[in-house]
Design a protein around this ligand. Structure first.
Ligand code: NAD
Length: 340
């Protein structure tokens, strides 16, 4: 079997712990990768003196495929988010985050939704400044949000195409066009126009973001596919993850025309890093999304079934899901299920 070239960034904090388990699971599935290990974030600062070395960018340019662990971003100062920089560098315009009930007995039994978030525009373009007034160097702050017709069109089309090819029935366009009439207004106008081209096969509706946040808590089963701008998608996808067991179960894909990066939604979890107790499921599910992307559908399914069986049937769980398994024990149980 030919090996697929792929870039591997294990990441910071719990990244190396969860990535180790993920590689073991991929190995057990028999899908062969030729990993090019590169660095990003804090690990890269330590090794190469920069959070995003050229070697990492060159590797992704060559392989067009990357499995990534979480990267630490200093809050409020320091270097710019490497995650955001990677998304912009490779124009990974679609961030796809599925949320599905896996663990029974939680708050919600029938959640099965996908948040598709515009990944390159909005408030994440990095135009975020402070201004000096009088003696205060940081008396005022301003952020700029950029929304383009082209960017809105391609993310809306991606969402409706995703709905079509994944047997989904409805797309909810989430916005704040009542207040942000230009930026969110443009997004809504363009997305509605795209929606018309998919009617009546795919139902379209639109909702204001604050109402969506509430509806997600009250009745999450009503959502199927959500398409929205960068910041709203970021926040709503963490909220959605919280409905079904938390960040430890939430995978994400960053898809562009020329490259794709798969990662857990969560961050580097510094509070539990090095303790060996992190849940590797989000990273495992990100690997499953990567297998889907490579059209290794059977392997992706085997991985998801093994993971679900371990959690639900075998009741082997990490602490975030109320269990006592370490990352390594949980990983070994998933590998055993894959091999069974
Ligand atoms: P976080 O996601 O790292 O952690 C939030 C909470 O969830 C913590 O209590 C943590 O212990 C828990 N948690 C997260 N993942 C878990 C897992 N797999 N298993 C068990 N518990 C888990 O968010 P944060 O603390 O706000 O951010 C920490 C750092 O990560 C920051 O530097 C942030 O910028 C970065 N971050 C990176 C990414 C990314 O690389 N894509 C995403 C989000 C945050």
């Amino acid at each position: 079997m030919t090996k697929r070239a792929a870039t591997l960034i294990t990441g910071d904090g719990i990244g190396p712990e969860i990535t180790k388990v993920t590689l073991q699971a991929l190995d057990a599935l028999g899908v062969q990768f030729d990993w090019d290990e590169q660095y990003g974030g804090m690990a890269a600062v330590d090794k190469a003196g920069t959070p995003l070395p050229n070697a990492t960018l060159d590797s992704i340019r060559r392989t067009k495929l990357c499995l990534k662990g979480p990267l630490t971003t200093p809050v409020g100062g320091g270097y710019r988010s490497v995650n955001v920089a990677l998304r912009q560098e490779f124009d990974l315009y679609a961030n796809v985050r599925p949320t599905k009930t896996m663990v029974p007995g939680g708050r919600y039994e029938n959640v099965d939704l996908v948040i598709i978030r515009e990944n390159t525009e909005g408030l994440y373009v990095g135009l975020d400044h402070t201004f000096k007034v009088g003696g205060d160097r940081r008396a005022m702050a301003q952020a700029m949000s950029i929304v383009t017709r082209e960017g809105s069109e391609r993310i809306a089309r991606y969402a409706f195409e995703y709905a079509k090819t994944h047997g989904r029935k409805k797309v909810t366009i989430v916005h704040k066009a009542n207040i942000l009439k230009s930026t969110s207004g443009l997004f809504l106008e363009v997305a509605r126009r795209v929606a018309e081209q998919y009617a009546p096969a795919i139902l379209a509706e639109d909702k204001i973001v604050d109402n969506t946040a509430m509806q997600l808590v009250i009745k999450p089963e009503q959502f199927d596919v959500i398409v929205t701008t960068n910041l709203f998608g970021d926040i709503l996808s963490d909220e959605a993850a919280g409905l079904v067991g938390g960040l430890g179960l939430a995978p994400g894909a960053n898809i562009g025309t020329h490259a794709a990066i798969f990662e857990p939604v969560h961050g580097s979890a510094p509070d539990i890093a090095g303790k060996g107790i992190a849940n590797p499921s989000a990273q495992l599910l990100a690997a499953a999304m990567m297998l889907d992307h490579l059209n290794e559908l059977e392997a992706a399914k085997r991985l998801r079934v093994a993971l679900e069986t371990t959690i639900v049937q075998d009741q082997i769980r990490t602490a975030d899901l109320g269990g006592r398994a370490t990352t390594a024990e949980f990983g070994a149980a998933v590998v055993q299920r894959i091999r069974a």
